[in-house]
Design a protein around this ligand. Structure first.
Ligand code: DAH
Length: 340
């Protein structure tokens, strides 16, 4: 048996040298070390070995098993490193890495949106949300917009075949929120996309970004509206910023205002720039919401509120002196790296 083992060892180690792939290595393992392999077959002979030789034969058996096992492992490693080497053949792996695409930075639109959110959260506003595919009810009717209002025109609004539409403003979230909240006060902001069938040019895109705000409670006044928004715009544009409320019309607020801020473009004289719309929530809006809710939480006799909406793209453009809104969506790194 000792001779048999010695022979097997020589045979196995010679066989190993000719193996060149994973399959043959696995076949080798099965043939020599497997349950039905040659080594197992020989070791069955242990039964018949006389007791005084058992120790010696046992030791030999272990030695041979170890020799074959480690021979196999060495061969496996050699094959693997040959494979690795051929994979990088022709490539100088000592060259330094390429700089690649570089580190990204936050988009100016995201920066301004986050600044706006942060500022309003400090005043107790919480984030709210609503779908971009909307019903006419949430986009127009509940917002007191008459059926013949130009904004409802098919030339201005993207309609789906089923009568729904892509929201033309984030004011829809006012309705969505008031329809579902459990209690007063409501103090929400809703940043998000809005869609209009505008001709695309330096100041218009068919998808743009707005931020809506709504505060409803039992005693919200015009003074609250002014104080909140003046503070907000001074946080955004600087503490000296002059803010003006100019009477305007929106169907869903009464009275309504447009807000202008007085800003100097670099090197030019300061001028008024229109920046947002706002107003006291029209009782008709509370009445519409009450109709859906079926309760009197928003009874127009009991609650008052203010709302505002502004264009985030426009805000970013004003802040950074961007003259073409299309820069904001073109992903041109020459533009974007200026904000990194
Ligand atoms: N939804 C208006 C628009 O897209 C902006 C607006 C004006 C929102 C007045 C308001 C508001 O909440 O009170 O032009």
């Amino acid at each position: 048996m000792l001779t048999e083992l010695s022979e097997l060892k020589t045979e196995a180690l010679t066989a190993l040298d000719s193996l060149t792939d994973e399959t043959s290595l696995e076949n080798f393992r099965v043939a020599y070390l497997g349950k039905k392999g040659k080594l197992t077959a020989i070791s069955a002979g242990m039964r018949d070995v006389s007791p005084d030789l058992k120790k010696e034969v046992g030791a030999k058996l272990n030695e041979v098993r170890e020799a074959i096992t480690s021979g196999l492992a060495t061969r496996q490693e050699a094959l693997q490193s040959a494979k690795d080497a051929s994979a990088v053949q022709g490539i100088d792996i000592t060259l330094p890495g390429r700089p690649g695409l570089g580190v990204g930075s936050i988009h100016p639109l995201t920066t301004i949106r986050d600044l706006a959110i942060r500022t309003l959260r400090r005043m107790g506003f919480v984030l709210a949300d609503g779908p971009e595919i909307e019903t006419e009810w949430h986009c127009f009717d509940a917002l007191n917009t008459p059926t013949d209002h130009p904004a409802r025109n098919e030339r201005d609004t993207f309609y789906l075949n089923d009568g729904r539409l892509l929201r033309t403003h984030t004011s829809t979230v006012q309705i969505r929120t008031m329809e579902t909240v459990k209690d007063l006060p409501v103090r929400i902001i809703a940043p998000g996309a809005a869609y209009r069938r505008d001709e695309i040019d330096a100041t218009h895109l068919s998808v743009f970004n707005q931020l809506e705000g709504l505060y409803v409670a039992q005693d919200v006044s015009l003074a609250d509206l002014k104080g909140t928004l003046e503070f907000f715009f001074r946080e955004i544009f600087g503490p000296q910023t002059v803010v003006r409320f100019r009477p305007h019309f929106f169907p869903f607020t009464e009275p309504s205002f447009e807000i202008d801020v007085k800003l100097e473009a670099k090197g030019k004289e300061a001028r008024w720039i229109e920046i947002a719309g706002c107003g006291m929530v029209d009782p008709a809006v509370f009445a519409a919401v009450s109709k859906t809710r079926g309760d009197n939480l928003f009874d127009p006799e009991n609650v008052t509120g203010f709302a505002f909406g502004l264009g985030l793209d426009r805000l970013a453009m004003i802040l950074h002196g961007i003259t073409d809104i299309r820069h904001l969506i073109e992903n041109d790194t020459r533009f974007l790296t200026q904000f990194s």
